[in-house]
Design a protein around this ligand. Structure first.
Ligand code: SF4
Length: 379
């Protein structure tokens, strides 16, 4: 497989006890795109290897469209991280190949320790995970022992193992609202924008770790105002990892799945989307005929108006997926005891999601199922 030169990336490394915040440095290695004429053969090779290995492909909405299509054509799953976790756990295949970033592969292993979990590239990481080192995080928690520890799914297994709850963006509001109603005070990590959004929506007492996503942190409130002025009928869909100035202008704030639902259901022709551009493949498929505009990540003087694509999600390709399957390479391995500790807060989230689903089904309140439109409006 050909790979471009590794691309350098800077991310926020938040302040911890006694140390100032800093700029962290990482890199991403993105495979060369295949020539158009080789795409079908690469997909055929990957399909044959999935079958040979009895493997199922679990892919995130942000990965390359060819991988999303392969997952759907072969009985796999394309979803947000909560759906990926549930699908991988419940599917009978003994091998899962996870197209996404490292914490997603780790989550699959935590939930299915007896399965073989492969990834196209084990170095595909996430700035939220990198910006929340386990030892610093544990010290932060230890210094505030009266608080319930809630971490976002975008964290390492070691950080999850220190938490009381793991949440994804699709369920964070509901979990925090319930903890707040019980009178619990929260420590939240690592995404500061999602934490701030949840805090404002629920009124919960939350202290926030100051991590951020290198993709969503770049969306610009002022430029979004200009784009809305150019397209006055457009509605704005935003992921809550975006800054408050962007969320304040959003008609819908939600997880990737909730935003795709909104793209289909909203009665509008033009949608401005503030999340990774990988999601546009699914939105266009679900809402053909609508126009999708990527929310701006740069000012008027920049040559690129929106570069919102995760450099680590871009490390997943047909070629390295097939290579991993062929050689049984890039297997996720986790310490068993650590995996068990990390599993408890994930199970708590999955049980919560299951209870909520049963409650909604029993009440017939389907509008409350995703709680999507309850959250429509300025954040
Ligand atoms: S898009 Fe952001 S949150 Fe998602 S994997 Fe990439 S860096 Fe992490």
């Amino acid at each position: 497989m050909q790979a471009r030169q590794p691309r350098p990336i800077e991310f926020d490394l938040p302040a911890t006890a006694g140390c100032p915040s800093a700029v962290g440095r990482a890199w991403a290695r993105v495979p060369e795109p295949l020539p158009a004429g080789e795409q079908a053969a690469a997909a055929d090779r990957a399909r044959a290897l999935l079958e040979r290995e009895g493997a199922v492909l679990v892919a995130h909405y942000y990965v390359d469209a060819a991988l999303q299509e392969l997952a759907e054509q072969t009985g796999g799953c394309v979803g947000d991280s909560l759906e990926m976790a549930r699908f991988g756990r419940d599917h009978p295949a003994r091998t899962l190949i996870v197209a996404g970033v490292r914490f997603m592969g780790e989550t699959a292993k935590i939930l299915s320790p007896d399965k073989r979990i492969l990834m196209p590239d084990l170095d595909a990481t996430c700035s939220l995970d990198l910006g929340c080192p386990a030892a610093d995080f544990a010290a932060w928690c230890d210094a505030q022992p009266d608080r319930t520890v809630v971490v976002y799914a975008n964290t390492s297994a070691a950080v999850k193992a220190r938490a009381d709850w793991v949440v994804t963006s699709s369920i964070a509001l509901d979990v925090i609202a319930e903890l707040h109603a019980r009178g619990e005070k929260i420590l939240w990590a690592p995404d500061r924008h999602l934490g701030d959004y949840v805090q404002r929506q629920t009124g919960a007492d939350m202290r926030l770790w100051q991590g951020s996503c290198v993709v969503h942190d770049e969306f610009k409130g002022t430029e979004l105002e200009l784009m809305r002025a150019e397209h006055p009928r457009a509605k704005v869909l935003a992921h809550p990892e975006s800054p408050a100035a962007v969320l304040a202008q959003a008609d819908v704030v939600g997880s990737t799945t909730q935003l795709i639902d909104a793209a289909r259901k909203l009665d509008t022709q033009i949608l401005i989307v503030a999340t990774d551009q990988g999601i546009l493949h699914k939105m266009r498929a679900q809402a053909p005929g609508k126009t999708f505009l990527a929310a701006p990540t740069a000012g008027d003087s920049a040559t690129c108006k929106s570069c919102a694509h995760c450099p680590w999600m871009a490390m997943n390709a047909l070629s390295n997926l097939a290579d991993a399957l062929e050689g049984g390479r890039n297997e996720i391995r986790l310490d068993t005891e650590l995996g068990l500790r990390a599993k408890a807060p994930i199970d708590r989230m999955l049980d919560f999601a299951e209870r909520r689903k049963r409650r909604v089904q029993a009440s017939g309140d389907l509008a409350g199922d995703t709680a999507l439109f309850a959250r429509v409006g300025p954040a």
